[in-house]
Design a protein around this ligand. Structure first.
Ligand code: SME
Length: 159
């Protein structure tokens, strides 16, 4: 496995298209879930340099902080709370162009301006979410949704 990522400077779509095969390479042959979540978060952070990117994992009735890259974050989120908890309860991706206009947004970092949260759904149940924060307003769109949903589907959450 190559240890260095090849970083694309192209369009957002080109950046994802360059990154995805490399993420597949990082995941191949490794069945440890924490290791795989950690490398996915690191690869995304290295390519896009977002403020924060990481996983929250469903444990009992809460989301618990998992592998991430960025500033320290809140460790537990209740179902339905914040963007992450709502993505969990609704089992759908949420794009938030302006976090200050999202009722109940949980501000882990005062620098966060926009956010996208993608649920990981296994056998019709949300088992985790991928959360991404940007320091820029209105940063995420359907391209991010499409590719981030694909990226979380590459990780084997049954392992
Ligand atoms: N903003 C999230 C909380 C997690 S942090 O952004 C890392 C939310 O409202 O659920």
């Amino acid at each position: 496995m190559a240890e260095d990522l090849s970083i694309s400077k192209g369009s957002k779509q080109e950046q994802y298209e360059t990154l995805i095969p490399q993420i597949e390479g990082l995941l191949t042959g490794e069945d440890d879930l924490v290791a795989n979540m950690a490398n996915v978060a690191a690869a995304l952070k290295e390519q896009f340099d977002w403020l924060w990117v990481g996983f929250y994992v469903v444990k009992h009735d809460e989301l618990v902080l998992g592998p991430f890259q960025g500033p320290v974050a809140c460790t537990r989120i209740r179902k339905g709370r914040g963007v992450c908890g709502l993505s969990w309860s609704e089992a759908k991706t949420l794009i938030v162009p302006d976090v200050e206009k999202f009722p109940g947004h949980i501000a882990c970092s005062s620098s966060s301006r926009s956010e996208v949260v993608v649920p990981v759904i296994i056998n019709n149940e949300v088992v985790a979410v991928l959360d991404v924060d940007s320091q820029h307003l209105n940063y995420f769109d359907e391209t991010d949704q499409q590719f981030l949903e694909r990226i979380v589907s590459l990780v084997n959450f049954n392992s």
